[in-house]
Design a protein around this ligand. Sequence first.
Ligand SMILES: C[S@@+](CC[C@H](N)C(=O)[O-])C[C@H]1O[C@@H](n2cnc3c(N)ncnc32)[C@H](O)[C@@H]1O
Length: 267
Amino acid sequence: MEINYQETSKDLLKRIDIHETYGARNIDLWNTEVLQPKPGYKILDVGCGAGKQCFLYSDYTKGQADVTGGDFSEELLGKARAKLDERGDKNVRFQFLDFNKPFAFEANTFDFVSSAFAIYYASDLQFTFGEAHRVIKPGGRLFVTGPLPENKQMFYDIIKEASNQDIPPMPGSSRFKGDIFNTISAFFSHTELLTFENPLTFPQVAPFVEYVRASLSEDRKLWTSMFNGKEEYEALISKIEQVATRWFERDGKLVMTKVVGGILATK
Ligand SMILES: C[S@@+](CC[C@H](N)C(=O)[O-])C[C@H]1O[C@@H](n2cnc3c(N)ncnc32)[C@H](O)[C@@H]1O
């Protein structure tokens, strides 16, 4: 399955900012609690975007882990490198990596490979997780996070009510517990599914609408079946805003719960 999905730094950074501002829990803490990176570890983050997880591992190990971030978006790699220049970590690097192509690393290289909200867009799961397995050391781990089907129910309910349309199936959530979990567990000796819930409480309608814009944006190519061009996009957003306002007046707040799955596998 070919998934024509793109991410822009503007939309990605906006969503990260909204998670941090309105979320009750911090997904980064969960990530490091699960993985507990150690000094001396060699780590690969696949689909690293602007480098969030790479900097997290570097900070957690006080600059003592060797961290590589790979992504196929030159725009996001540029953001990650600019942040790296600012921070000055000597143990972190960013490089081009398309997870639908062979990974440019020797077998048995990494203590763990992580991928946050990224690798589940792979076109051929067998191929991509085969590559992840190959580059992990024996006894090393893979940690893949992504949305579970119950993720962001309120967001989808509001969009559905506003648009009267079926929501395009999200490539991640629909196959996370099924195909993705099964593919990983066929390669690895032990695989488990962890979950993380983070309620985002919006005290006004405006930040929720900002979140919607950063999710539905035409640039991401995920939602384009719901609108044609700028005018239809703005009309849809305005309907979503009306429904969200009605929900807000009824409940006094808008709560959208992120329900994240983490597949943790050991080679
Ligand atoms: C939702 S973002 C997550 C980024 C980062 N892990 C984070 O949590 O902030 C998904 C990332 O997957 C990357 N991506 C999508 N398809 C890819 C591919 N075929 N190869 C490598 N990266 C890809 C995108 O460029 C984007 O950076």
